[in-house]
Design a binder for this molecule. Sequence first.
Ligand code: E4P
Length: 226
Amino acid sequence: MKLIIDDAHIDLIKHIYEFYPVDGITTNPSILAKVGKSPYDVLTEIRSFIGEKAELHVQVIAKDAKGMIEDAHCIVEKLGKATYVKIPSVPEGFKAMKALTKEGILVTATAIYTPMQGFLAAKCGASYSAPYVNRIDNMGYNGVQVAKSLHDIFKSNGLKTEVLAASFKNSQQILELCQYGIGAATVAPDVIEGLVKNQAITSAVDDFVKDFEGLVGKGKTMSNLQ
Ligand code: E4P
């Protein structure tokens, strides 16, 4: 399962890239709004940090297929061919997806709440289909189950589309999908850090250092012993 960062703050992105094995960045209009700067300035900075071949997902804003296609062309022209254009999985979106994938533009179908939305997007040629796990949970349904169903539908129908599960609020949701072997999960920086934020882990590591320093002296490590 690829692990992607769901954020557009460059400092947070750099921090997560420094410590964790991540595979790219997803954004959406709300995420860009939180940064509060010119969208293309923010996205260009992200692109130059992650490199031209890394995955960057950027959403269209237009509501009709023609406008979505124009947005997509502009996004790819400014941010490069490894940019996945996120298109909402609604009728106008499906029309745009069909046209864009025919041109070879990479598409991530987004705003997915039901398996059949994802199935239709996959048939339109989307590379990824993004179910909103936590938002589905908040509606009283099972977001993890929707993501698993999508994965099964793609495999049993010979579709190349992968699940890019999105909207996570806790480690358990990610763990279940990781165990299931879905294609990718996009996760906010604080939730990525929460995957290993655990007092038991910190104490275990601290105790090892304390025991070692008790043996050979404070500040000693394996590289500065006599
Ligand atoms: C990704 O495609 C979604 O836009 C995003 O993960 C939604 O996350 P949220 O429900 O935390 O806003």
